[in-house]
Design a protein around this ligand. Structure first.
Ligand SMILES: Cc1ncc(C[n+]2csc(CCOP(=O)(O)OP(=O)(O)O)c2C)c(N)n1
Ligand SMILES: [Mg+2]
Length: 886
């Protein structure tokens, strides 16, 4: 058989197989055809044909034309409305930059996604009227002007509001650049603009809604979580990092819509590849339902003719850089370069004009295709859905930026460009004054306006809409906290144990028990929380489908559908996302969940700092518990575990209240106050509390110290005989070293320092900073800081030691009268014992005593001979290695 004969035979054979599958599809349906194909796959594999994972389908729409339902609304009316919104969104940015050079803003992102949003607003996004649980929508941050522009038509914003875009301090308030609930608490719900955080937060939000349903805190509903994302954004590790959680948990309440305009800021997302295919395969592999919306309706007749699949193949051959090229190309070029590759495809368009070829549309701009994709997504059961919508960045901008690499940064349009835009979308604005890019709003009684409002009314009201009402709340039993005012009777206890005991009791409390949400990234045993497994269960939507290996034990690994613990695995970003979902449920669900996110303190602020920042923006409330904290307190763990940083990092987060307590009563007082401040007084703050695994006997609470403990500092020991006005300050585990140092100074050197427990340097810093600011602005009505209230105006010597970098206490140095010296743990940690680490970092009692004596000698208060003796006695080396050296 020659080659030609073989090819002919194969062609016949191919046709027979194709005809067979066509026959089955037509006569027995898709399901049956799929069954047979899977059967063939298994048989082939048994015979030794290895199928590697194939996550891709051809570069065509997932939903076939014959499965589409007709569009339910008026296409014409919606086109008009969308065009006006497009115009106003663009005008906001152009006007803002005319008024204030360099104020920024983005035109091209919304230009690419307008149709996606408008189909959603007109037909899908459910509002929260009449107690309906509204859909939760994560808008792409840079598309904010389009969302504002829609709200403007809806009558929610005035022209003045739009005018004040990016000018939040203008009289009457302005609109924030991006979705920021902190800036616009009655409007934006979800901050999204730090790319990659939106997707992961949305996944955990969808799961948290299920958790609340399963726990009986809210009724089941068909509320959806929609996350609109950029294709460039998908490169952030957080974007894709939690995809399998969503499928594993069967989150069919979750819909991702990726705006695949193939561009990011600098240029193409995948010039030499295909982002849509890459994402399809990854999402398929992760178990998601994937819907590609690639081609507009005008391609339907062409694909209808594509019997041998060459048109689909031609699309599959392209790389994104070339797809982008076609956006700005003439019809002639498209005909030659794209269709011209195969005789058959070229023939398909022989009766098309060049202009028609230029206009062939992308699916993400076609309301019918989008509608059908959204409908399929909303109805899909058992898995989350991702819609990959092919769009054009800067759609409608023409030469000013459509599909161009510069488009992301385009903020200014000249008169000609504005006229082009107006013509392109048929905006009824005259030439006069068009150069100023005036806003346009149809008359209230126009058909467009009535149509737009009617649809929103039908769907249950406006979005976005953030609820900021107070939620009714009863404090837990005070006895839970009060018992820690007593000493521990000599028993050695760690603050971690105290915290876990409080948590266990809160979980049983009749007022708050059901609201407590413990969140752990695989560290329960580290923190001694495993007793809670049995007590409250680990949440699993599937319950427990197996008999755990430790089922005989008291603390067995109990998973339950109404379990309280969110055991997130080794996943701080996911845990923080759960924290955000739980910590905002006061607003999203009208339920005051109280999250306790317990983690290794080193893997908090520096690992997921941006998520913590987002938690501040979104106005989350709850407790972040940094476990086994401090650079010298955790023995043996070494460089990447020993945390001497987190309290300094926390200093920069405006809504974080950070505490580094030492004693059980401090922990108890802080937690009780936190619950009150966040859930009774409804303040949008987060309590960060570090706890340690070092055990020591807990003293009883000194009287009248509660308010000072909360303010950040109180007098732990007062000495009548303190002739030098010497003050030792300590926090966390190092306070015990400070107390020991004070004892040594007293017994060995007849020096009597006061001792202060600093529970929060951040509180001291926030308070003193504000007082100085106030006093500068109001020099005639001075206020007093908490520091000055405690220590007075008389100059003294203040020596502060903590398990954190010296910059932490130094942040308040200038607010103390006299001299301030800090001891701390700058430098990388090492693997050593606690004692060796404290010597290494010079924060043990010996070094505190030594530092004190040196300062007193330098101030002429004691003799040099005292130092000489002390060096020997304390064993202080002058040539000690510098722990901060690298
Ligand atoms: C974490 C983070 N890094 C960088 C940026 C800056 N930035 C803003 S938009 C953008 C490009 C966005 O591209 P894409 O996600 O594709 O969205 P598009 O505008 O194309 O829809 C970049 C890099 C950011 N906002 N967040
Ligand atoms: Mg993009």
């Amino acid at each position: 058989m020659d080659n030609n004969e073989l090819a002919r035979d194969q062609e016949i054979e191919n046709k027979e197989w194709m005809d067979s599958i066509d026959y089955i599809i037509e006569n027995e349906g898709y399901k049956r055809a799929k069954e047979i194909l899977l059967l063939l796959q298994t048989r082939s594999q048994l015979k030794g044909i290895n199928f590697t994972y194939q996550g891709n389908t051809p570069y065509i729409n997932t939903i076939p034309v014959n499965e589409e339902t007709p569009y339910p609304g008026s296409r014409e009316m919606e086109r008009k409305i969308k065009s006006i919104i497009r115009w106003n969104a663009m005008a906001m940015v152009v006007r803002a930059n005319k008024e204030t050079e360099g104020i920024g803003g983005h035109i091209s992102t919304y230009a690419s996604s307008a149709a996606l949003y408008e189909v959603g607003f007109n037909h899908f996004f459910r509002g929260g009227d009449e107690g309906q649980r509204p859909d939760m929508i994560y808008f792409q941050g840079h598309a904010a002007p389009g969302i504002y522009a829609r709200s403007f038509l809806e009558g929610r914003f005035t022209e003045q509001d739009l005018e004040n875009f990016r000018r939040e301090l203008k009289p009457g308030g302005g609109l924030s650049s991006y979705p920021h609930p902190r800036s616009m608490p009655d409007y934006w719900q979800f901050p999204t603009v730090s790319m990659g955080l939106g997707p992961i937060i949305a996944i955990y939000q969808a799961r948290f809604n299920r958790y609340m349903e399963d726990k009986g805190l809210i009724a089941k509903s068909d509320q959806k979580i929609w996350a609109f994302l950029g294709d460039g954004e998908m490169d952030e590790p957080e974007s894709m990092g939690a995809l399998t959680l969503a499928s594993r948990e069967e989150l069919d309440n979750l819909i991702f819509v990726v705006n695949c305009n193939l561009q990011r800021l600098d240029g193409p997302v995948r010039g030499n590849g295909s982002i849509i295919q890459e994402l399809e395969s990854a999402f398929h592999g992760a178990g998601w339902n994937v819907i590609k919306v690639i081609h507009g309706q005008d391609w339907d007749p062409l694909f209808e003719k594509d019997k041998d699949g060459l048109l689909a193949r031609r699309f599959g051959e392209l790389v994104d850089g070339q797809r982008q090229r076609y956006i700005i190309s003439s019809g002639d070029y498209i005909r030659k370069d794209f269709f011209g590759k195969y005789e058959q495809t070229l023939k398909m368009v022989e009766h098309y004009s060049d202009e028609q070829l230029e206009k062939l549309s992308r699916g993400g701009h076609d309301p019918l295709k989008i509608y059908n994709a959204f409908k399929a997504a909303v109805n899909h059961k058992g898995a989350p859905t991702v819609i990959l919508a092919s769009t054009i960045k800067g759609y409608g901008l023409g030469e000013a930026g459509e599909g161009r690499n510069i488009t992301h940064q385009q903020k200014k349009l000249n008169e000609e460009e504005l006229k082009y835009f107006r013509g392109r979308f048929g905006i009824p604005i005259s030439d006069e004054g068009i150069g100023k890019a005036p806003f346009y709003k149809p008359a209230e009684d126009s058909e467009e306006m009535k149509y737009l409002l009617e649809l929103r009314q039908k769907l249950g009201g406006f979005l976005p809409n953030r609820v900021s009402e107070k939620v009714r709340f009863e404090m837990p039993d005070h006895a839970i906290f009060k018992e820690f005012s007593n000493d521990s009777g000599g028993k050695e206890v760690a603050t971690t144990m105290v915290l876990v005991q409080i948590l266990a009791k809160l979980l049983k409390d009749k007022n708050v028990g059901k609201l407590i949400v413990p969140i752990v990234p695989d560290e329960s045993r580290t923190f001694g929380m495993d007793s809670l497994f049995r007590q409250v269960g680990i949440y699993s939507h599937k319950g427990q489908l197996y008999e755990p290996v430790d089922s005989e034990s008291l603390m067995y690994y109990k998973e339950a559908i109404d379990g309280a613990i969110l055991e997130e695995g080794i996943n701080e970003a996911g845990s923080m996302s759960s924290f955000i979902a739980a910590g905002t449920s006061h607003s999203t669900h009208g339920v005051n969940n109280i999250p306790f996110f317990i983690f290794y303190s080193m893997f908090g602020f520096q690992r997921v700092g941006d998520l913590i920042w987002a938690a501040g923006d979104i106005r989350a409330r709850g407790f972040m518990i940094g476990g086994t904290s401090g650079r010298t307190t955790l023995a043996g763990e070494g460089l990447q575990h020993l945390d001497g940083n987190s309290h300094l990092l926390a200093l920069t987060y405006p809504s974080i209240k950070a505490y580094d307590p030492t004693f059980a009563y401090e922990v108890a007082i802080i937690v009780e106050e936190g619950i009150k401040e966040m859930f009774v007084e409804s303040k949008d703050v987060i309590y960060y509390i570090t706890v340690m695994n070092e055990k020591y006997p807990m003293p009883a609470k000194p009287p009248c110290t509660k308010s000072h403990i909360l303010k950040g500092m109180y007098q732990y020991r007062y000495e009548e005989n303190n002739v030098y006005n010497l003050n030792l300050l300590g926090s966390g585990a190092i306070l015990n070293e400070v107390i020991k140092a004070a004892d040594i100074l007293k017994s060995d050197y007849d020096i009597h320092p006061h001792v202060w427990s600093v529970t929060s340097f951040k509180n001291l810093y926030d308070d003193a900073r504000e007082v100085v600011r106030y006093n500068t602005l109001n020099p005639d009505k001075k206020k007093e800081s908490h520091i000055r209230f405690l220590v007075g105006e008389k100059p003294g010597l203040f020596i502060a030691a903590t398990d954190y970098v010296k910059a932490l206490p130094l942040s308040v140095a200038t607010y103390f009268p006299g001299q301030f010296v800090a001891l701390g743990t700058d430098g990388f940690g090492i693997s050593e014992t606690r004692t060796a680490l404290r010597d290494h970092f010079e924060v043990d009692a010996r070094h505190i005593v030594w530092t004190t004596l040196v300062q007193l000698r330098d101030n002429g208060k004691i003799d040099n001979s005292v130092l000489t003796g002390a060096r020997k006695k304390l064993g202080i080396k002058s040539d000690k290695i510098n722990p901060a050296a690298v």
